[in-house]
Design a protein around this ligand. Structure first.
Ligand code: TTP
Ligand code: MG
Ligand code: MG
Length: 378
């Protein structure tokens, strides 16, 4: 690995809570423990936010329509989401992270990247750091988390899913490239189901298959995403852990487990992001005038739609409605949607003190353009 000769490898941890919303509900209601629990509404067009591991044995998982979930698991217990509680846990967990590093990049309420190359506790290894962080999360919140330890974000995130739930896995510089070669490309960040099918049609099923293709070949078939695929096939990812401290916007985004074409499912994803952003707005007492919805399609083409109001959006329902109106402007989607995000920006001068610090979530960045079309893997 010549590129690493002069610089010591970074130490990156990706921490992700196990069955997050469902585990919080089981923690707070002993009657739910050991039982198949879904967080969401059993409504006709509802989709599940989360499923306990007991429910997953029946094939019940996040983003599944409630009706399908009930068919698969008639004993499924539905619990309404309590975002205020999830937000509080998220803040608690973030506080634990902050004892180990200031380089924390939250990705959503339940996960974050930490750069612990230089950790504040002087722990000898990233592995020991991850163990201690997970132990403290359990002790202080009563919840389990899994962790991936590696020398970049791509590998750390792949690794955190490898020993779920309540496990951790390390991918060392010596094993990274070979480890990636053995995995199916469908597991890679940036390869959604549509891309996975396209790759399969080209004879690319594993990391090794992907690695065997030239940059020119990848560019011809995948355009701007080629560079990303070329790099990850070798276990390379030089994106820094970005702590995003000075924010001008608050946003959350989510990559779906599979590319979506159903309006109801896409809208549910957008509303979930609107709810996360709203929780931040309330917590930080920061209300903005501009709402932006970002959409990334299966082929990584990205579109944003914004709307600005004369005064700040100070009601939850208003943010939800604005987000829905904006996502509907891309309906019917001409191709599958892999990611959606909601951002609030153009903050108004605060009425009573705005801390300006993120509690959770990842800034998507403020979008000036009404509709800008970008491309590229992120
Ligand atoms: P995830 O970390 O994707 O899932 P999880 O924590 O429930 O389970 P795992 O052990 O596999 O990590 O998402 C975190 C929370 O975000 C999840 O508990 C609920 C919410 N969420 C949704 O509301 N809808 C979704 O489609 C997904 C994927 C998550
Ligand atoms: Mg999780
Ligand atoms: Mg997560």
């Amino acid at each position: 690995m010549p590129a690493m000769d002069c610089e010591p490898a970074r130490k990156v941890i990706h921490v992700d809570m196990d069955a997050f919303f469902a585990s919080v509900e089981q923690r707070d209601d002993p009657a739910l423990r050991g039982r198949p629990v879904a967080v969401g509404y059993p409504a006709a067009r509802g989709v599940l936010a989360a499923a306990s591991y007991e429910a997953r044995r029946f094939g019940v998982r996040s983003a599944l329509p409630s009706v399908t979930a009930l068919r698969r698991c008639p004993e499924l217990i539905f619990v309404k989401p309590r975002f205020d509680v999830y937000r509080a846990v998220s803040r608690q967990v973030h506080g634990i992270f902050a004892d180990y590093t200031s380089l924390i990049q939250p990705l959503s309420l339940d996960e974050a990247y930490l750069d612990v190359t230089e950790n504040l506790r002087g722990l000898p290894t990233a592995w020991a750091t991850a163990r201690e962080i997970r132990a403290r999360i359990l002790e202080e919140t009563g919840l389990t988390a899994s962790a991936g330890v590696s020398y970049n974000k791509f590998l750390a995130k792949l690794a955190s899913g490898h020993r779920k739930p309540n496990g951790q896995f390390a991918v060392t510089p010596g094993m990274g490239a070979a480890w990636v070669e053995a995995l199916p490309v469908a597991r890679f960040h940036g390869v959604g189901p549509v891309t996975a099918r396209k790759m399969q049609a080209l004879g690319i099923e594993t990391g090794a298959d992907l690695r065997a293709r030239s940059m020119a070949f990848l560019q011809q078939h995948f355009g701007k995403a080629a560079g990303w695929y070329y790099a990850i096939a070798r276990g390379e990812d030089d994106r820094p852990v970005d702590p995003d401290r000075t924010r001008k916007s608050s946003g959350s985004e989510t990559t779906f487990d599979r590319d979506l074409a159903e309006a109801a499912e896409i809208e549910a994803g957008v509303l979930r992001m609107a709810d996360e952003v709203w929780a931040w707005c309330e917590g930080a007492r920061a209300f903005g005038r501009t709402v932006t919805v970002k959409v990334k399609f299966a082929d990584f083409q990205q579109v944003t739609r914004s709307r600005s109001y004369p005064s700040a959006v100070t009601r939850h329902a208003q943010l939800r409605q604005a987000s829905l109106d904006l996502i509907r402007s891309v309906f019917p989607p001409e191709k599958g949607i892999r990611l959606v995000g909601v951002t609030v920006s153009t903050f108004e001068a605060p009425a009573h003190g705005y801390a300006g610090l993120p509690l959770f979530g990842s800034a998507v960045g403020s979008a000036e353009a009404q509709a800008s079309v970008l491309a590229g893997a992120s």
